[in-house]
Design a binder for this molecule. Structure first.
Ligand code: HXC
Length: 514
């Protein structure tokens, strides 16, 4: 056969594989607003930068008539490409081929590209659209997932791992994403669950829709399993690309710097925070008053909104922000917000991203619900994550910093490098009302006019403790600053922390309150 004919043969073979599960299956996907697996990869990577591997891999299963079936590429595409010039490894499961289910060869393709990502120290993007372990391949499918989970864990904190859920994902297809750093979902398309509605019906006799069980909103608003919500696949891909601009490509690098910009003039830092500590405000505006071009890339925006986390840039460098949100539950720490903050702090620490903490909270949320939900264990995650982190850690106390909340939000005592406080900061064991009721109870009760006495004692307490100067007199706060000085003091702190060294005792690893 001439080379020309051999090339033609190759082209024909490629065309067959590209058809995946066939035209009818592709049309069914398109009707649901879904791109094909290859279209998704092409939409994420820079133009003409995708190189595919293992296109002609086929499954080797023989049971349940599998020997009569051709599964093109065994239902997954793997390859390398670039995103804004950064090299990445990527895989995309193809639901048109046996529901994207994971058999032995499918798993081998994924683990091959994962190994490559680890060897080359580049980010890994996984597009998941799969019914989970391929039932017909039995323990081989389970082995395949085990191999993926093991690699996810090994790669954690070494290379960024990004998961995209673009279909009904079940079983192993959701546990791998759960082990990765960021999970992206799309309205109406993404579903995540351990067992699907059919199994639930068989085992529990309950009828439940896929959307109610684990739709995109469920995981963005209720479970916290997903980090980014989009209304279309195209919007989701833009979010992924944006995220990649903020993070370093591996744990030995810093994020690529951008040209420095000033915050936008419309974010006037003096006008954002009300003087009355009971009045709420949107802390995201405060972050925008500090960051370059007032840009803030928020993570897990729809879950545990009483804490705000995300990336911004300061003088071109990526910074991780952790901020109490007075707009929601007065910014308290509770089970969910503690988990949200702690994980993000660990991400920043693993990937050399300085952390800026903005404090304004009345403490941990009291009550039987939180206690029984494990606020002790989950709340301890914040203490652990801040204490453990060795990246530059800068704190600005805006208003309230009461009790455990004061300690937990990157206080000096957990080894903040720099602690600043605004003049309106109140640093105390608890709020003035609660404190006065406890320490002046006898005087209040025995007074001729208890209400008057209560007011007087609250004022006395406020005058003495509800300010930043007691903490500043002990050196727990390094400087009391004017709001307008905030950006410059943070910039200075980051600059002088560039070569920070923070030795830790030699150990295999700690035992965080998982
Ligand atoms: C083999 C599968 C499959 C699977 C789907 N398919 N899931 N084949 N193994 N796990 C096949 C279907 O047979 C069908 O093939 C095609 O994919 C499309 O599936 P449909 O059911 O027609 O699609 P849809 O109605 O959209 O439903 C999607 C689904 C459902 C919700 C994902 O297929 C489902 O419930 N699948 C099983 C999910 C599950 O319980 N997985 C857990 C596996 S255990 P044809 O030939 O008809 O087109 C697991 C263990 C890991 O993953 C443990 C980790 C800790």
């Amino acid at each position: 056969m001439s080379l020309k004919r051999k090339i033609k043969e190759l082209q024909k073979k490629r065309e067959e594989v590209i058809l995946g599960g066939g035209e009818a299956a592709i049309e069914k996907q398109a009707a649901m607003g879904k791109m094909t697996a290859r279209e998704r990869v092409i939409a994420i990577v820079d133009k003409d930068s995708f190189q595919e591997y293992d296109m002609f891999v086929e499954h080797e299963a023989r049971d349940f008539d599998m020997d009569k079936k051709t599964l093109h590429g065994d239902g997954v595409i793997i390859g390398t490409g670039r995103v804004y010039g950064a090299s990445i490894c990527i895989y995309a499961q193809d639901f048109t081929v046996a529901g994207g289910s994971l058999g032995l060869m499918h798993a081998r393709k994924i683990t091959k590209i994962m190994d490559h990502a680890m060897k080359m120290r580049v980010p890994l993007i996984g597009i998941n659209d799969s019914g989970g372990a391929r039932v017909q391949e039995g323990v081989n499918s389970l082995a395949g997932y085990g191999e993926i989970f093991w690699r996810n864990t090994l790669a954690s904190g070494v290379i960024p791992q990004i998961s995209v859920i673009l279909g009904p994902c079940a079983g192993g297809a959701v546990y791998s994403p759960a082990l990765t750093d960021f999970v992206f979902v799309v309205e109406n398309i993404s579903k995540m669950f351990i067992t699907g509605p059919e199994v639930i019906k068989t085992v529990l006799g309950e009828d439940i829709s896929m959307e109610d069980l684990g739709g995109a909103r469920v995981h963005c608003e209720i479970t916290g399993n997903a980090h980014f919500f989009a209304e279309s696949e195209a919007e989701c891909f833009e979010q992924i690309k944006k995220l990649i601009t903020y993070i370093p490509w591996n744990n030995n690098k810093k994020a690529k710097p951008f040209p420095a910009k000033k915050p936008k003039k419309e974010f006037k830092i003096d006008n954002i925070v009300p003087g009355d500590p009971k009045q709420p405000y949107d802390v995201r505006e405060l972050i925008q008053a500090i960051t370059d071009n007032s840009e803030f890339f928020e993570i897990q925006e729809l879950w545990a909104a009483n804490i705000v986390i995300g990336f911004g840039r300061m003088n071109g460098e990526t910074v991780g922000f952790v901020a109490n949100q007075p707009l929601v539950l007065a910014g308290v720490l509770d089970v969910d917000s503690s988990c949200k903050a702690a994980r993000f702090i660990r991400y920043c620490d693993a990937f050399n991203i300085p952390i800026v903490t903005l404090v304004d909270l009345p403490g941990y949320l009291p009550g039987i619900d939180q206690e029984h939900a494990g606020v002790i264990r989950h709340g301890a995650k914040v203490l652990y994550a801040y204490s453990e982190a060795t990246v530059p850690k800068i704190t600005v106390i805006i208003r309230k910093a009461y009790g455990g909340g004061y300690i937990a939000m990157n206080s000096r005592h957990l080894r903040a490098d720099f602690v600043f406080a605004w003049p309106g900061a109140e640093i105390a064991v608890m709020g003035p009302e609660g404190a006065a009721n406890i320490i002046f109870r006898k005087e209040i009760m025995s007074a001729e006019n208890p209400e008057e006495m209560r007011k007087q004692k609250i004022k006395e307490y406020k005058d003495k403790f509800a300010n930043p100067y007691v903490a500043a007199s002990k050196g727990y706060v390094d400087s009391v600053i004017e709001p307008s000085e905030t950006r410059n003091v943070i910039l200075h702190a980051i600059e002088v922390s560039a070569d920070k060294v923070a030795p830790r005792p030699n150990k295999k690893h700690g035992i965080p309150p998982f």
